[in-house]
Write a protein that binds this ligand. Structure first.
Ligand SMILES: Cc1ncc(COP(=O)(O)O)c(C=O)c1O
Length: 394
């Protein structure tokens, strides 16, 4: 019995790795979990009602591409949020959460060869782990590009050698980013679009934290591409209700991009996709059309940024996130810090290295811990205080 080689070097996922790291440890206080990026603000209050009105839909196979009404609601949201006109029939497809979309779109769109060679897929390092697995599945080489303090916590893809860039089929970019909390501004997107044009690759923009930001709403990749008059096939964007609307269990997101890219993604998903159940599509339709709950949740996150800035102000090298809900805190060694936080204070956080890969002996996540600011204000305050006391004031 044999197994594929291409996944054999994958590290254990972050959560089981943390369990192993802390297996022998005893918590030094009430356990406060700041590991998982699972939003805990209120979901929209109409979810139950819409679901119960639509339960008959469980008796049907759901439309693979999303109902016309849901695609229309999504295209309406894109129009309001980014001022961009998107054809709901040809440029939008509903996803069962963005994670599967980020994976399946790479299989649908990364060619077998580029410039006569094995293709490369660019991945920021550290990163949301599905990007690397998607690249490997598509037969491409994942190339991990540091997204560290020196590069403004976003990858500097333009600094890569030309012969590598010529092999690139897809560049993943996450803005606001997990885990660093960095936001790509217009200039960043413009340069990346130019680079993609010169080397003929696609940009996969993971924008699932787009509605959680410190001051101004982050610009979207599609918005900048349209303003620049870029080829509409250059950019594929991924959005989710998990973070925007505190509905990670709804498994609802979408992919949008040029009609040719979308046709390929739809074709693959017609064979192998897992469409979102019809009643959940009805819920998603309502959720994309409502902004009141998003504004309420954003204002809570903005309070959390202020609290984190206050609590961490004296920490050398601290910079609060520009977007998303993770703190990316500098420490000497992430694993040692995570162990100490648990053993001395009962606080569970993830070592930054678990989101990164070693390249030439360096893992850009090693000197960080990732702290999810998803709990209520009181618990968050207790967690941050404990982290400050045990990691920075001894
Ligand atoms: C950067 C990033 N992309 C995508 C996802 C997946 O989100 P979804 O729940 O839509 O699958 C997550 C979830 O944690 C994430 O952090």
């Amino acid at each position: 019995m044999t197994f594929p080689d291409r996944f054999s070097d994958l590290p254990e996922y972050a959560f089981p790795r943390l369990r192993t790291l802390l297996a022998q440890s005893v918590p030094g206080g009430e356990v406060i979990d700041m590991t998982i990026g699972e939003p805990r603000h209120a979901m929209p209050d109409f979810v139950g009602e819409v679901l119960s009105e639509n339960t008959a839909g469980f008796a049907k196979y759901p439309p693979n591409e999303g109902t016309p009404e849901l695609r229309q609601a999504i295209s309406g949201w894109i129009g309001r949020r980014y001022g961009v006109d998107v054809d709901p029939d040809r440029e939008v497809m509903v996803l069962n959460g963005t994670r599967e979309g980020l994976f399946n779109a790479a299989i649908a769109l990364s060619p077998e060869r580029k410039a006569g060679k094995r293709p490369a897929v660019l991945v920021p390092n550290p990163f949301y782990q599905v990007y690397a697995v998607a690249a490997l599945t598509a037969g491409a080489e994942p190339v991990f590009v540091p997204a560290s303090r020196e590069t403004g916590f976003l990858p500097d893809y333009a600094a890569l050698p030309t012969d590598l860039l010529d092999r690139v089929t897809i560049a993943y970019i996450c803005s606001p980013s997990n885990p660093q909390g960095a936001v790509a501004d217009r200039a960043y997107w413009e340069q990346l679009l130019d680079l993609a044009d010169r080397h003929d690759f696609r940009i996969f923009a993971d924008e699932c934290y787009s509605e959680i930001y410190r001051t101004a709403p982050p610009p979207g990749a599609m918005q900048v591409a349209r303003a620049q008059g870029a080829d509409p096939e250059r950019v594929v964007v991924f959005h989710s209700l998990s973070k925007r609307s505190n509905l990670p269990g709804l498994r609802s997101g979408f992919v949008a991009g040029g009609p040719a890219c979308l046709a390929r993604i739809k074709q693959l998903r017609a064979y192998a996709g897992a469409p979102l159940p019809l009643p959940l599509q009805r819920v998603a339709e309502r959720v994309w059309s409502d902004e009141a709950h998003v504004a309420a949740s954003l204002s809570l996150y903005q309070q959390k940024y202020r609290l984190a800035d206050e609590m961490m102000s004296g920490v050398p090298g601290y910079s609060g996130p520009e977007g998303g809900f993770f703190l990316w805190l500098p420490v000497e060694n992430g694993e040692a810090a995570a162990k100490r936080a648990y053993e001395q204070a009962g606080v569970r956080v993830l070592p930054g290295a678990y989101f990164g890969r070693d390249v030439n002996g360096t893992n850009p996540g090693e000197g960080f811990i990732r702290v999810a600011m998803v709990a209520g204000m009181d618990e968050l305050q207790r967690g941050l205080q404990a982290l400050r006391d045990c990691l920075y004031e001894q």
